[in-house]
Design a protein around this ligand. Structure first.
Ligand SMILES: Nc1ncnc2c1ncn2[C@@H]1O[C@H](COP(=O)(O)OP(=O)(O)OP(=O)(O)O)[C@@H](O)[C@H]1O
Length: 559
């Protein structure tokens, strides 16, 4: 037994002489070497002295020296050659890109408009191009609101509308869907202009060499951004180019025309936006705020609140909007929060829409349920941070989403509930380090102020708190008047003047005496007047029985 070769013996490598030794596989050239060096009668060599056996073991268990050296040399040469090839390719790429940039910068004047940097301008230019049928992606989103229409069309549609039974005929518009790569070529003020939609914004104002290198060697972040752009979830850019015809190197030919074009686009978007507020909702699939509808603007004077309240709120928002530089100079985050609270149907949502309408700001409504759940949930802080700059963000009924349970658990973070976590999230999202500070106006609404955590309502998160109550006498009177006054439609569709006769004023006072005194919500009064919208007297007389405090009613509109 002792005389048998040990299973690890190198002499027996590849040999099948011993059934007890495991079979080992070796490269043929190595095997050949071993055969050359192997003394005759290999298996019996195990019977020689143990020291000579150990020497042989060491000798044959490692590959021959000349072989290791030569393959090592090949590896080194291979590495050097491939490194040289890669750097030569990079250098060539760098050279070509720099040359291209040098030529381009001389020949072209190019302006980039990025959705991330300036969403308003970006949308305006895209709409301008689509309006002239210049960008033809062929895809549109249908929304139930009219697009820009001429006066004649409006008059025609007005007639048709009066015949329509349910939906006004002009209430459909198509918002273009933009696709990366769409191009347009047109002549503007005698200049040929090229416009191209891109997926990823370029490196703005950075080191040009680094920008070139990063564009040559797409990194993971860039690849991800491109992939996201392909799926439509990354900010888009639009490049507007024209030939640089100026011979003076300090001047850029075509820049003034591009500037005119952009101003025209802004103006035209503004005219279109005169009647509508863009309403955005967060999309759980992309984590982006996307246009969900165009809401008809609500004039401020249609929201009837206690005397001075609307004026106070508008003045506060106006100061905030105008003081952007003041905030910047003091390094204060440019954002403001308002809390509107009061009974249901007091006009909280209406006032938010009216403020967005008055200041021409996009309205982002954040329904917490739309953020999703589990692993695919969009973090609240990310959702708020992604809201378009200079927009009105509304989170309604926060008392339902973040109630006192959350507040209690907040003090015991060792066992936080889902509510408590959400409250933490909301607090951070509103004024954490990463919170949006580009002119965000946040409105929170609640029916129950006491249910809210004090941390949520402190200044910085909610800078001003307004109570919107039930209808007092004056509010009821104004509401009645607004329902039955005669309206003079001015030539300009937006300006409407109302005229109240002496009789109407008296009826309004009588109505106020019946339903005022902060007993009923404005929504309840509106509901009653809507039922009698063609007859003021009928509305007044029926109000006596309808709002009789002694009469038990099951009408849900009466509060
Ligand atoms: N102060 C008001 N002035 C004019 N209309 C009002 C007023 N309050 C409520 N309304 C009308 O009542 C309806 C409901 O109003 P709104 O949704 O703004 O109330 P809300 O306070 O947000 O209610 P909730 O707390 O239930 O969400 C709307 O059609 C609105 O026009």
């Amino acid at each position: 037994k002792k005389e048998q070769a040990p299973s690890w013996s190198p002499e027996c490598v590849g040999s099948s002489s011993s059934s007890s030794s495991p079979r080992r596989w070796v490269f043929p050239f190595w095997q050949k070497q071993q055969q050359q060096q192997q003394p005759v009668g290999c298996p019996s060599s195990s019977s020689s002295s143990s020291s000579s056996s150990r020497e042989e073991k060491t000798r044959s268990s490692s590959p021959p020296k000349w072989d290791r050296g030569s393959s090592g040399r090949w590896i080194v040469w291979g590495a050097v050659a491939s490194a040289l090839a890669v750097s030569a390719k990079q250098m060539l790429g760098l050279f070509v890109t720099r040359a291209r940039l040098a030529v381009e910068s001389r020949v072209w004047t190019t302006v980039e408009i990025s959705e991330a940097d300036d969403p308003k301008l970006y949308r305006a230019i895209v709409r301008w191009l689509h309006g002239r049928d210049l960008l033809r992606s062929g895809s549109y989103k249908a929304l139930s609101a009219p697009d820009d229409t001429s006066k004649q069309q409006q008059q025609k549609q007005h007639k048709e509308r009066s015949r329509a039974t349910f939906k006004p005929v002009d209430d459909v518009s198509f918002v273009p869907l933009t696709t990366s790569g769409d191009t347009a070529q047109f002549v503007y003020r005698g200049r040929r202009v090229w416009a191209r939609l891109g997926g990823v914004p370029s490196v703005a104002g950075g080191d040009p060499i680094r920008a070139v290198v990063s564009s040559m060697r797409p990194g993971a972040a860039r690849r991800a951004a491109k992939a996201a752009a392909r799926q439509g979830s990354a900010p888009l850019t639009i490049l507007i180019s024209t030939l640089n015809t100026s011979r003076d190197s300090s001047q850029r030919g075509g820049l003034s025309e591009i500037s005119e074009l952009l101003k025209e686009a802004l103006l035209s978007a503004e005219t279109q936006d005169k009647k509508y507020v863009e309403v955005y909702e967060i999309q759980q699939s992309t984590g982006r705020w996307e246009l969900s509808c165009l809401a008809r603007k609500r004039p401020l004077d249609t929201v009837i609140l206690k005397k001075g309240l609307v004026e106070d709120l508008v003045q506060d928002v106006r100061t905030f909007v105008d003081d952007e530089d003041w905030y910047r100079r003091r390094s204060l985050p440019h954002r403001r929060g308002y809390l509107l609270w009061g009974p249901p149907g007091a006009g909280k949502s209406s006032v938010i829409l009216a403020i967005a309408s008055h200041f021409g700001l996009p309205l982002c409504t954040l329904a917490l349920g739309r953020l999703g759940a589990g692993a695919s949930k969009i973090p609240l802080s990310e959702a708020l941070a992604a809201a378009p700059p200079c927009s009105v963000v509304a989170i309604e009924d926060v008392d339902v989403a973040f109630n006192a349970t959350g507040a209690l658990d907040r003090r015991a973070p060792s066992a936080p509930t889902a509510d408590a976590q959400s409250l933490h999230e909301l607090l951070n999202a509103i004024d954490g380090i990463a919170a949006q500070d580009q002119g965000r106006i946040l409105f929170l609404t609640t029916n129950d102020l006491d249910a809210l955590d004090a941390a949520l309502t402190r200044p910085g998160r909610c800078d001003r708190t307004f109570f919107l109550g039930n209808a007092d006498d004056e509010m009821a009177e104004r509401l009645f008047n607004s329902f039955y006054a005669d309206f003079d439609d001015d030539d300009d569709d937006d300006v409407v003047e109302s005229r109240s006769s002496k009789k109407l004023v008296d009826n309004a006072k009588a109505f106020a005496a019946l339903v005022g005194g902060e007993r009923y919500s404005m929504a309840a009064l509106q509901g009653h007047l809507l039922r009698h919208k063609s007859d003021a007297l009928d509305a007044l007389h029926s109000a006596k029985s309808h709002f009789d405090p002694d009469k038990k009613t099951t009408d849900p509109m009466i509060r």
